[in-house]
Design a protein around this ligand. Structure first.
Ligand SMILES: *[C@@H]1O[C@H](CO)[C@@H](O)[C@H](O)[C@H]1NC(C)=O
Ligand SMILES: *[C@@H]1O[C@H](CO)[C@@H](O)[C@H](O)[C@H]1NC(C)=O
Ligand SMILES: *[C@@H]1O[C@H](CO)[C@@H](O)[C@H](O)[C@H]1NC(C)=O
Length: 367
């Protein structure tokens, strides 16, 4: 079969198409892949240089090493360690570009010592130099040295993709991250440099550092007047509201811009602070005496609280207990005398009765 000029042409076009589309299948990921290859390359160069030093520099070793340093043998070792077997992208990139890697190894490394720049950026064009983005490696807003003026990240930075738009840190906004975000004010700004600082807690928006430099108050703060530097915002004391915002058994504690509800002492039902001296009224079991809720001794009240026969009253903090008296035990709701059984009496000599059995009273709690 004879190739016509025209069919040769078509074949060439097909080939070009194949190359273009094959490379575009790894466009998005190609820079990270290439970066990884370049860093593995550096590592492998280092590893192979160490591996082949025996320590004693014999004449033979010297000659062998100087030969090995730029040898194909070493290059093969390096290439083999660039990708894991499972990394399809990586292996494809290395295989497709092996001739470039060889060219760098044998002829370029003297004049282009940075493998990453030569291979990933200049030759296979998978990456851009830092601070540039997109197909043509255009500088990021703010310039390649300080992308986004040092206050954000540039979309596609260092890759052949992205649109170069800035994502600013929380203090900044705008196309090139020079303006101050809401809640921040400008301490300094020129065409390339900007410093934004957080407003005072009192301000939602501001022009300066103090609570007098607000242009709008933060929530929990209220405007009390204007001055030459803006409006003045002061803290709202939520605890002074007619109805307390806190639940029972808690008291309101004002904070800057807000409030919190803290637990009362156990003795209080309602309180103005955390100690038993700050009760408004007491929980049951306590009584207010000299501004303080103290435990009620239920056992010494005129009306007996433990009413069963043969039981004693024991006062506890906030409550009391009814327990059977010594020598009695609880049985079906009443206190019965503990008797040593007839058989036990018979075998008393064998000493089977434990003395604790007598003292083992079963407390009957009454809360
Ligand atoms: C902007 O301010 C920075 C920091 O003070 C300064 O280094 C820089 O020269 C200034 N640039 C211009 C254009 O004034
Ligand atoms: C902040 O407020 C103070 C006091 O009113 C004022 O003197 C100062 O100029 C203000 N600063 C700014 C940046 O507005
Ligand atoms: C204690 O006072 C609060 C209101 O101050 C009231 O809601 C509560 O019912 C009172 N408790 C008692 C036991 O009187």
């Amino acid at each position: 079969m004879v190739w016509s000029n025209k069919s040769l042409h078509t074949l060439l076009l097909l080939g070009l198409l194949l190359v273009c589309c094959l490379s575009s299948t790894y466009d998005k990921l190609s820079c990270p892949t290439c970066k990884k290859i370049a860093s593995n390359f550096l590592k492998a160069v280092e590893d192979t240089s160490r591996k082949n030093f025996g320590g004693g520099n014999t004449d033979w070793e010297e000659r062998y090493l100087s030969k090995y340093e730029f040898s194909e043998t070493r290059l093969v070792e390096i290439i083999e360690s660039l990708c894991e077997n499972s990394e399809f992208e990586c292996n494809l990139m290395v295989e497709t570009n092996e001739e470039y890697i060889e060219r760098w190894w044998f002829t370029m490394q003297k004049n282009h010592p940075n493998f990453f720049l030569w291979f990933c950026v200049d030759t296979i064009k998978a990456c851009c130099p830092a601070g540039t983005f997109g197909v043509d490696c255009v500088e990021c807003p703010g310039g390649a040295d300080r992308p986004c003026n040092g206050h954000g990240s540039c979309n596609g930075d260092g890759t052949r993709t992205g649109d170069g738009s800035c994502s600013c840190t929380k203090e900044y906004k705008g196309e090139d991250c020079l303006d101050c975000a809401n809640g921040y004010y400008s301490e300094f700004q020129n065409e390339t440099y900007s410093l934004c600082t957080a407003c005072h807690l009192a301000c939602k928006l501001c022009t300066g550092p103090s609570s007098k430099n607000c242009t709008e108050c933060a929530s929990g703060w209220i405007e009390t007047g204007t001055n030459e530097g803006g409006v003045t915002c002061v803290d709202v004391d939520e605890c002074l509201a007619e109805t307390t915002p806190c639940k029972q058994h808690t008291y309101c504690s004002n904070t800057e811009g807000s409030y919190s509800c803290e637990a009362c002492d156990v003795a209080c039902d309602a309180c103005t602070g955390g100690s038993p001296e700050e009760c408004i009224n007491c929980t049951t079991g306590y009584t207010l005496e000299e501004q303080k809720c103290i435990d009620v001794n239920e056992c010494s009240m005129d009306d007996k609280v433990c009413t069963r026969e043969n039981e004693d009253c024991i006062n506890t903090e906030g409550s009391f207990k009814c327990v059977c008296s010594e020598g009695y035990k609880e049985q079906e709701g009443i206190c019965v005398e503990i008797k040593v059984s007839a058989e036990m009496k018979d075998s008393e000599d064998q000493n089977v009765v434990e003395p604790e059995a007598l003292a083992d009273v079963d407390p009957h709690e009454d809360l």
